[in-house]
Design a binder for this molecule. Structure first.
Ligand code: HEM
Length: 140
């Protein structure tokens, strides 16, 4: 059933455990979590359910991450830091194919979350000219 070598529930539990331990110690991300998360084992369980649902189709997660993140004081920089920490932890904890899968997935979901809560990811369509301006740039 499991298409990605080395990616199973045990691997996800280990990844989530280590990732959120690092999150808690992070000077920028830690304080945001400290305000909202008072029961870390419960939060880790939620995140294991989330990742098992997305990667192993366990169907264990039924939350609304968009609504939750909309109410948090987030920025593109914080998202990048989250993504960096996720990449680093995944590479350390998982087999190469499992890490590649989890990194790509987190990037896609994180990108969707950012757009959904109205943040603009860096290095993407940063400078679209206002409508109409492109018509008279010809031949100049
Ligand atoms: C700047 C980056 C991020 C910060 C600071 C952040 C912070 C948080 C916090 C504080 C919570 C707990 C909210 C609460 O229980 O009241 C949470 C929950 C959650 N986060 Fe994030 N997050 C970030 C990025 C992401 C990304 C990139 C993903 C997915 C790839 C993600 C997925 C989730 C999920 C699934 C939950 C659980 C929602 C639920 O309880 O149903 N987060 N996040």
């Amino acid at each position: 059933m499991n298409a990605i070598p080395g990616l199973d529930t045990c691997a996800i539990i280990a990844l989530v455990d280590r990732f959120y331990d690092r999150i808690r110690e992070d000077p920028q991300l830690g304080p945001i979590f400290a305000v909202r998360v008072h029961d870390w084992p419960a939060h880790k369980n939620t995140m294991v359910a989330f990742w098992s649902s997305t990667t192993l189709r366990s169907g264990d997660y039924h939350g609304n991450p968009m609504a939750i993140h909309r109410s948090l004081p987030l920025s593109a920089e914080l998202f990048e830091r989250w993504q960096w920490l996720w990449r680093d932890t995944a590479c350390y904890m998982l087999s190469a194919p499992a890490a590649a899968h989890m990194i790509a997935l987190a990037e896609r979901i994180g990108h969707g979350l950012m757009l959904g809560i109205g943040l603009r990811p860096h290095n993407r369509v940063a400078d679209v000219p206002p409508a109409g301006r492109m018509h008279h740039t010809h031949g100049t």
